[in-house]
Design a protein. Sequence first.
Lengths: 417, 277
Amino acid sequence: MSEHTVYQPKSALGRWFEERLPVIGFTKTHVLDYPTPKNLNYWWTFGGILTTMLAIQIISGITLAMHYTPHTSMAFESVEHIMRDVNYGWLIRYIHSNGASMFFIAVYIHMFRGMYYGSYKAPREVLWMIGVLIYLVMMATGFLGYVLPWGQMSFWGAKVITNLFSAIPFIGEPLVTWLWGGFSVDNPTLNRFYSLHYLLPFVLAGLVVLHIWALHVPGNGNPTGVSVKSKQDVVAFHPYYTLKDGFALVVFLLFFALFVFYAPNYMGHAINSEPANPLSTPAHIVPEWYYLPFYAILRGIPHKLLGVIAMFGSIFLLFALPWLDTSKVRSGAYRPIFKQFFWIFVAVCIGLGYLGSKPPEGGYVVAARILTAYYFLHFLVILPLIGLLEKPKPLPTSISDAVLAKNSRRLAAQPAE
Amino acid sequence: MPAMLRRPLYLFTALALALTLAGPSNAADPHPAKEVDFSFEGPFGKFDRAQLQRGYKVYKEVCAACHSMRLLNFRNLAEEGGPGFTEEQVRALAATFQAQDGPDESGEMFTRPALPSDPFPSPFANEQAARAANGGAYPTDLSLITKARAGWPGTFRQLVNGLGGSEYVYSVLTGYEPPPAALAAEQPPGRSYNPYFAAGHWIGMPPPLSDGQVTFDDGAPNTVADMARDVAAFLAWAAEPKLEARKALGFQVVIYLIVLSVLLYLCKERLWSRIDH
């Protein structure tokens, strides 16, 4: 894609600096003048929202770390110390704990948007795969963070999830002992989880840089899936998308604030307000809501090792998505059959999430197995097949044509005055 | 392509409806808590100072015999957004308790009258002592009890009505009843029947309140239901002492974000009207 402008420093100092570190020119090319398709809808605003959420989590998390004590006998009390005695500690902690949920809400919307509009298709396969990697690291970070308050669900969640690795043949048991740093989830486990929980967000930040880099090579996709063909198809990122993304971001923050201030404990588990007790198992051990679909897959399969493989497989499958979808048409908007299967897939994921929150008994297990089977069918059979069988709708010749056609339809629909 | 395949969405909807069978309901699940109106609920809710003071009295005279509140200090009772005791009242109140301090210059521990900076004293030295004195049952710490228990299940109900922790406390305190005939035979010794109790129907705590047990300084009514409501409110404050500050700041933040989003929207509309989009 051709650059719109080349930065020409006006002052001698500016030229001197730019020759040594062209960071201003880089910012101008990649942030301010970055050519962006002019037909992006609001589903495209979640990338910016996610970047902001990562920043919010890192800033609130570093502040919490100033007051938190990663020791089994003090972790729970130190969190309550933050809630009660640190100035605005309650605010920082509720931002961080609800921020994790908001981060996942945004990432799920972002991922489903990518799936609907075929954002993973050539030439954006690497961009998509880095995204899947970001999602995996997010899940690890969220899990590690949930252990830190050392409540009942922290402890038992850590126990259940780390125990999954014991299903690996031969090395499973020693591996789990190595992960725990002992023979049970205990102080060494909490210490290393804290250390890793502090590390991984910076790994995420690095991956986000790669993600955006990989985005800026081919440029943004767009709702038509048709590549950018001329200058008529694009606008400068600033001010067009800084304002549009900014508006969407503030609306998202409003949604976030409603939880922080008016339902701060809604996304969590009541039982985590009880200190960890290795001798008393809670009636239902349930992970945070954002892991529930995978938890349902894990428990639906009656064999432990196969369950673990299916659970991880359901995520790793996403790496292969660019090659499983055989259709040459990117956007789901022009794929009538795919579109319906997409919404079924969304419903199946939500259904799996619901089942993951229920006790593993009776009809719940049967339903979880059916939906698990469908989840894999969607990727392994349905997507490859509909790409071959479906007859897509005619594509617009360019983004501008699509925009003009939409506008003339809008004008025609308005009654003449 | 067969007609079924052309309309997979309809097929799926039919299947989903067929699969949405009512889940198995567990007979051991506790009753959902009774609905109670508390002054601190809702976006503008505030604690009722007099109610918190009465609730503290119920805790001090009844609950504190067995239940600790390790996370609370006497000074909290005078803090903003709480029961509204004055500093002098709290100092006098704390002094009625003894606190261990030391070691002194000769290396001995000693007791002295408690200060506002001291934590609420715990009734037992450790869990074992507590269990030994309570027929094997452990009276749980009450600092966070209204956050640690949900009054009712339901993703939607919890969003609309809150988690119901205070309602849970109220329901347990007022929920003692004779066991149903079918269960009466299996009543364990020293346990009472309480269908609201989270850990199974048989609760180790005998009914703790009786009508008129605590006399309130403001002459407020003191039936079991009144005392239960007051102490539930007190425990809600103890679990969430910054609730008032949170809701007040939340209102400002929400107004600010609404105004900002409207301004941004108008700017964005104006800007984008310059181009075909």
